[in-house]
Write a protein that binds this ligand. Structure first.
Ligand code: FE2
Ligand code: FE2
Length: 370
């Protein structure tokens, strides 16, 4: 196992994260939500292996991406304007609740990216300067995103204590190639999530319940560039996406990311309803697009059009409802556990069946864009 990312005050972006304008007094510091399989994770990796990476097989493309990062297109984008004044007060209590949840989860996952990229850039700075510089630029973007979201939370009278989160969240260790799969997917799915909401609200301005959505178009371009960086990095390390093992792992990560998002978004469908979106339709679109994009670099992608794909995901959704019901009952802990076991088993079975469904080789999937 590599070292854990330590708490380092320098890593917390400047006061941007703490001094939100607010209506009526100091915002309360919100306790982070309990960690579950559905909450965003914090990652750490093997920094020595990352530092030793030979980028020569795709150095030109990585250099070009770094040049794009240097331009810092969104330097002046994340500036709060008068639209935010009083906007939070216009939301009804239920919409407020689901919206704050959305902000918190987005802020945590942006911040998780910031921590990982910042730590990577710091640890490999002298040994792999090009990679270190790319990570530093991405950390800059993620700090902006997290800070902007945290300020929006401030409008609702709550904020995340990101320093506390840094020191107290559990870090998941992944070897570099797994970091590539996980972060590539989270950047690309982030891109599709933000752009889908943005385009929907462009057509339905009445559903724009909060001015933060006006910022999504340029914002998602940051995520798209980050995803392209990991695409180029995997191409610089071709062994990371070749061979039987890589094919199995890519399937695993695609499934884990899609299933987690689907289950979480359906459970939070009120948020999407508030925006005039149907959570299931929205997720199906985001999954199809992310799967299609992933075919540019992953050797295989999932057959998300398989007739059983969403049938199985829906079973997991239903099982999770029963698990939550068991959790919130007054039964003693051992009894709760007994009640939950069959649903855990059923979920594991559905995931196994989903995993074993024949994937689509990427070269057969989208010959036009490869
Ligand atoms: Fe981001
Ligand atoms: Fe990103």
């Amino acid at each position: 196992m590599g070292g854990q990312i330590c708490r380092d005050e320098r890593m917390v972006p400047p006061s941007a994260l703490a001094d939100a304008p607010r209506s009526g007094g100091e915002p309360a510091i919100k306790d982070p939500v309990k960690d579950t399989i559905l909450t965003p994770r914090f990652y750490t990796t093997d920094f020595d292996e990352m530092a030793a990476m030979d980028l020569r097989p795709n150095e030109e493309e990585l250099e070009a991406i770094c040049e794009e990062f240097r331009k810092d297109y969104n330097r002046h984008h994340f500036v709060r304007n008068a639209d935010f004044d009083g906007a939070a007060d216009k939301l009804d209590p239920e919409t407020r609740r689901v919206f704050v949840e959305f902000l918190e989860q987005s802020c945590t996952s942006e911040f998780s990216g910031f921590l990982l990229y910042k730590e990577l850039s710091r640890r490999i700075k002298t040994r792999n300067p090009l990679l270190a510089e790319c990570f530093a630029h991405m950390a800059r973007d993620e700090a902006r995103h997290a800070g902007f979201l945290n300020k929006a939370m401030g409008d609702f009278g709550v904020q995340l204590d990101l320093g506390f989160l840094t020191a107290n969240k559990a870090y998941t260790f992944f070897k570099p190639k797994f970091i590539f799969y996980a972060t590539y997917l989270s950047e690309k799915i982030g891109y599709w999530r933000y752009i889908a909401i943005y385009r929907h609200l462009e057509k339905n301005p009445d559903s724009k319940i909060f001015p933060i959505f006006n910022f999504f178009e340029n914002w998602c371009q940051d995520e798209n560039r980050h995803g392209d960086f990991f695409d180029a990095l995997m191409k610089a390390q071709p062994s990371s996406v070749r061979g039987l093992q890589a094919r199995l792992w890519c399937r695993f990560f695609l499934l884990a990311v899609f299933a987690t998002m689907y289950v979480r978004d359906v459970a939070r469908k009120e948020f999407y309803e508030a925006l005039g979106l149907d959570a299931r339709t929205y997720d199906k679109y985001v999954i199809a697009k992310t799967n299609e994009t992933s075919a540019r670099v992953f050797p295989v992608v999932l057959n998300v059009d398989h007739p059983r794909f969403y049938v199985r995901l829906e079973r997991i959704v239903a099982n999770n409802d029963r698990l939550s019901a068991a959790d919130s009952s007054d039964a003693p802990a051992p009894l709760k556990l007994l009640r939950k076991l069959p649903f855990w088993g059923a979920n594991a079975l559905e995931m196994a069946k989903l995993f074993l469904t024949a994937p689509i080789p990427s070269d057969q999937y989208q010959p036009a864009i490869r």
